[in-house]
Ligand binder design. Sequence first.
Ligand code: 8YV
Length: 324
Amino acid sequence: MAGKPKILITRRWPERVEARLAEDYRLTVNRADRPLDRAALAAALRDFDAVLPTVTDPMPAEIFDQPRLRARILANYGVGHSHIDIAAARARGIVVTNTPDVLSECTADLAMTLLLMAARRAGEGERELRAGRWAGWRPTHMIGTRVSGKTLGIIGFGRIGQAMAARARHGFGMRILVHNRSPVPAAILARHDAAEVARLEDLLPECDFVSLHCPGGGANRHLIDAGRLGLMKPSAFLVNTARGEVVHERALAQALQSGAIAGAGLDVYEDEPRVAAELLAAPNAVLLPHLGSATRETREAMGWRVAENLAAFFAGRPPRDRVA
Ligand code: 8YV
């Protein structure tokens, strides 16, 4: 038993994955399932061979600034890793892995859910009905926006962006425009009849819907700000299932309020789980609590993917999903 690596899961995980990890490692689980504070995360880096964090565990550079660290790997549960200062981890010789692929389909499903809900005013309609305010059918009641055949701009054309394009193009006959930090191979664009637009400023005015699928973190912080929201059509909708920091939240709330854009569907926020009062007050915003990957199948698959990365690392092989 003493020979097995000591690992920490910072939140509760699907039961079957926890059970398996408990067989293979000396496992500690944060059974309270509340976010660990800075001191607890710093202690985890001193006390465990592997820490398995999530989006609720901010790990800035300072947390690695301790004389003696035991952790050799941060096997992140999730594809996004902007909560971890990768450079600081690397500088201390700590490997970082993530869980790509297994959550692409479900996250794209949720982005499409938000797009449809915002366009068809599904949140507003449900709130009206549940409040007993529905006065019955009429030709002018709660008129929304047609989705089929419209133009969708996808910002960030990685795995999730492509899964979104597949749904929009082949399910809804949408025209797909793409903006990506590096050129997208022609074969991938061809699969979705997608056209690449080099400048965001040229893409935004063309779109009826804009969906964000780029990474979070410093480089993309406030990528969508007041200026860029101003380039969108007043009839257009913004969907964000990427990271809250990609959108300037206050500017978005203002754009929703002034009618600079027609609506938004959000799954992620700048300061989760806090949601700005201005967004809560906006009837044309559909707001979900970071549910992108929240299906039984995907959350288990994410766990198995972490387990695979850990097994490789402790066997001395390169983990499949190494990001640092
Ligand atoms: C998770 C996600 O909910 O993987 C991601 O990047 O946003 C979601 O799948 C969460 O971030 C896991 O840490």
